[in-house]
Design a protein around this ligand. Sequence first.
Ligand code: PMT
Length: 402
Amino acid sequence: MSVLSGKNIILGVTGGIAAYKSSILVRLLVKAGAAVKVIMTPAALEFVTPLTLATLSKNPVHHLFTEEGDTTGVWNNHVELGLWGDLMIIAPATANTMSKMVTGGIDNLLLAVYCSAKCPVYIAPAMDLDMYKHPSTQHSFEKLSSYGNIIIPAGDGELASGLSGKGRMAEPEEILSFIEEDIEKQLPLKGKRVLITAGPTYEPIDPVRFIGNHSSGKMGAALALEAAQLGALVTLIIGPSHVEAVHSNISRTNVMTAQQMYDQVFNHVDKVDIAIFSAAVADYRPQSVADQKIKKKDSTLTIELVKNPDILASVGALKKRPFLVGFALETENELEHAFAKAEKKNCDLLVLNSTRDKGAGFGKDTNKVTIIDRKKQTTVYETKSKQLVAKDILNEIIEKIK
Ligand code: PMT
């Protein structure tokens, strides 16, 4: 999965012959899973039609502050557009546009959006070789880089003028991989390995019955996806759950019982940097599993239970162990129980959720958590989607491991 998946991208197209390649770039960005909004300078309209780019991006293309013929006063809000973007790409970027980006000469919608955007801006210059070499263009490159923009170097080769040299806009495929690599190398969990337990465990009683719980695996899957998107290689060990967690950085192992989860965790734990235990593991299992379905005979049935291994506590007791994050699902005296659990299981962080909070716990798409650190400092979060909760948890981890 591309790091651009799910990102909002503003593509600025300026007036150069390479503008025809911007349609291929739009296609590649959309294919990578990004939402794309295109803004053109008036000069770009001479080279490629807004209809082409609107069709490919599946979004209206803007080039004016108010749309032509509009008498309603509706205007294209450059601030809103600028803030919508997770990143902005200007491809092709002409010498003219770049020089205005340097001086702040805002005479079109694209430049207004550029000045309003708070996201990273990638610039793919395209021009003739002498324009490229010209001191004013070189000055623009220097200045734009010093403002924090990222220049995607132009290529060498045949130019529209018939001359040959540096100035060809990087090919759309090169622009895409340049940006993907640049984002990937900055991901905060790049190079880290993360183990996550998730879901319930089922402890068989006989061939058709089991002891289980209501965990859906949603919280753990959200953590796995978020960690993968932050660049980590994730091992997800998950009990019986239909929840999907698909990303090229996630390797999933399905287990059923607490003992199987324990075995899988210990297969991997010495190779990971961070371990997050969000699974709801059965504390007990039947001492013996009947070979055949237990028949209804007496008015009561007694099943002898034995303790399961405590996976989190066992990892917490290791001499060399990863950064350890436990969960606690409580029903009363939440903080008191959570403090005790964090200490007993030797957690670096503990994520507390309570069944008493609406929108928290088993099966829901939301959760409400309090994160506790080793010094018993607590951070209380609002009710949010499990994906956003996962973000908060991973941000706290990243802060602690810095
Ligand atoms: O899966 P969802 O439907 O999205 O729900 C998410 C959740 C409610 C399951 C999750 O947010 C959560 O709270 N997980 C922990 C639930 C739990 O059983 O907590 P506990 O207090 O019993 O266990 C404390 C910690 O020890 C947990 O990190 C647990 O994974 C771990 N543990 C417990 C017992 C055991 N034998 N081995 C363990 O590793």
